[in-house]
Design a protein around this ligand. Structure first.
Ligand SMILES: Cc1ncc(COP(=O)(O)O)c(C=O)c1O
Length: 230
């Protein structure tokens, strides 16, 4: 199935080569499939330019390092794959994912050793969960009854492929008729949202949580833009 457009020849980078989407394969024994044992990053391109590519690649390497997954290319190589996947799919505005799975081990057991990591990258036409009307009018969000997994258990800074904590919170919000969930940490403080960092603008001051969050590239950009105006 082609996601996002009718492009029959979409190219995917997997296993060290660019292949048509219908030929893109990973093993069912890959730890990503068996255990959610993989890291990823999401970037966007606008007008053919990938926004903050270095920052996304740096964060991918930090996530992989934290999980002791060795990315099969260096940073320059990964940057080139990202640019090439956008080029090959002839996209100006793109939603890009770069995934590094731990790979297949000697046996389909929990051992993370002797696995061969696999780098995957795809780019599809830009898409947002929030449509353009909602971007103008705002969305409805509610506090989730679940809590963010504490960083003592799984560091929120690691962008790993186990997103069940976020998915359950979004499902709860959607099933209650809301668009989005606000995630609290185990201490009851606002942390983030499933896929976003959050800000509050109050009396002309911008506040954003600094703990138990993924350190978002967008968050950092908002902070920098705000500082420039001070
Ligand atoms: C849990 C979570 N928080 C925050 C973000 C925002 O990060 P960024 O601004 O780098 O896209 C994401 C992005 O996927 C995320 O998954």
């Amino acid at each position: 199935m082609n996601i996002g457009s009718g492009c029959a020849e979409r190219q995917i980078y997997v296993g060290g080569e660019y292949v048509p989407e219908n030929e893109a394969r990973i093993s069912v024994f890959d730890h990503a499939v068996l255990y959610g044992d993989a890291v990823y990053d999401t970037a966007c391109a606008w007008g053919g330019q990938v926004f903050k590519l270095d920052e996304h690649v740096d964060r991918l390497f930090e996530s992989a390092h934290a999980l002791k997954i060795e990315i099969p290319l260096d940073k320059a190589g990964v940057r080139e794959v990202v640019l090439e996947i956008v080029r090959r799919n002839k996209l100006d505005n793109a939603y890009i994912k770069i995934i590094v799975t731990r790979g297949v081990g000697r046996m389909p057991l929990l051992s993370p050793y002797h696995c061969k990591p696999n780098l995957i990258a795809f780019a599809i036409p830009y898409l947002s969960l929030i449509d353009s009307d909602a971007q103008q009018e705002g969305i409805r969000a509610g506090i989730s009854s679940l809590r963010r997994i504490p960083s003592e258990c799984l560091d929120a800074k690691i962008k790993c492929c186990n997103y069940l904590n976020h998915i359950l919170m979004r499902m709860e919000a959607n099933e209650a008729g809301l668009d989005e969930a606000i995630e609290l940490d185990i201490g009851g403080y606002v942390a983030e949202a499933p896929g976003y960092n959050v800000f509050i603008a109050k009396h002309g001051v911008l506040h954003t949580p600094g703990e138990n969050i993924l350190v978002g590239v967008t968050r950092q950009t908002v902070i920098e833009l705000r500082r420039r105006r001070e």
